[in-house]
Design a protein around this ligand. Structure first.
Ligand code: KIV
Length: 271
């Protein structure tokens, strides 16, 4: 039987020096595929706003969409830890509101939630953890604050900002987070945070020294048209799908598809 990944497995991986492999997933088939392939953690990211719904920021998606995607991913997943990203305005209003919304994610099958921010969210993290809900933190480039940050630029470039990020990471660990995403920060800072805190760091655009890595799957498999320096494309799904659809159009137009092989006669034994 395959071992079920839990928050404790991730902690153990860090202590053993083993990497934690994470990807985003938003639907049943992809989650099933990534889970079977052996990805440790599937994040139902609010990046669904960009790669599924075509928004330019993550701000427009809400609880309704995130719950539906989380349910689909959770149904498909047997081994990986399923983490639901709490959407903008689902946890910022009050710790009570955050708890109510986080609980809804666990009811549809998530095993943990992720929220963005440092010192401002510590009371919320404590409240969720005390209620039995594992929380993943997210520091550095926090896309829900894109307008405050002035874009999707590299974060924590000054000494002061780096000290603040390290203190925020320590504070999130003390508040009870089981892991922290570090997004788009210098690799030296990610290394320092990873060496300082006991819980795993999961990097995206944060260099090789984090305990684990995460990417948005459409970027990693070359389906997105947006290209990012921190992404390695392991396939070019855009070209593969484009060529296949071109071929389908051609074959339907020319009457090549469907052939007899893809058709039924009146033999009742056909399934
Ligand atoms: O929403 C998302 O996909 C994320 C990852 C990039 C960490 O937050």
């Amino acid at each position: 039987m395959t071992e079920k990944i839990t928050t404790l497995t991730l902690l153990k991986k860090k202590t053993l020096g083993k990497k934690i492999v994470c990807l985003t997933a938003y639907d049943y088939l992809i989650a099933q595929l990534f889970d079977k392939a052996g990805v440790d953690l599937l994040l139902v990211g609010d990046s669904v706003a960009n790669v599924v719904y075509g928004h330019t920021t993550t701000l427009p998606v809400g609880m309704t969409e995130m719950l539906a995607h989380t349910q689909a991913v959770a149904k498909a997943t047997k081994r990986a830890l399923v983490v639901a990203d709490m959407p903008f305005m689902s946890y910022q209003l009050s710790p009570e509101d955050a708890l109510r919304n986080a609980g809804r994610f666990l009811k549809v099958g998530a095993e943990a939630v992720k929220i963005e921010g440092g010192s401002a969210i510590l009371v919320t993290v404590e409240k969720l953890v005390k209620s039995g809900i594992p929380v993943m933190g997210h520091l550095g480039l926090t896309p829900q604050s894109v307008h405050l940050l002035g874009g999707y630029r590299l974060q924590a470039r000054t000494k002061e900002a780096q000290e603040k990020l390290l203190n925020d990471a320590l504070a999130l660990e003390n508040a009870g987070c089981f892991a922290i995403v570090l997004e788009k920060i210098p690799l030296s800072l990610a290394k320092k945070v990873t060496e300082t805190i006991k819980i795993p760091t999961i990097g995206i655009g944060a260099g090789p020294y984090c305990d684990g890595q995460i990417l948005v799957w459409q970027d990693m498999l070359g389906l997105s048209l947006n290209k990012f320096r921190f992404v390695k494309e392991y396939a070019n799904l855009y070209q593969i799908i484009f060529d296949a659809v071109k071929k389908y159009i051609e074959e339907v137009n020319e009457g090549i598809f469907p052939s007899m092989e893809h058709s039924f006669d009146d033999d009742q034994s056909c399934p």
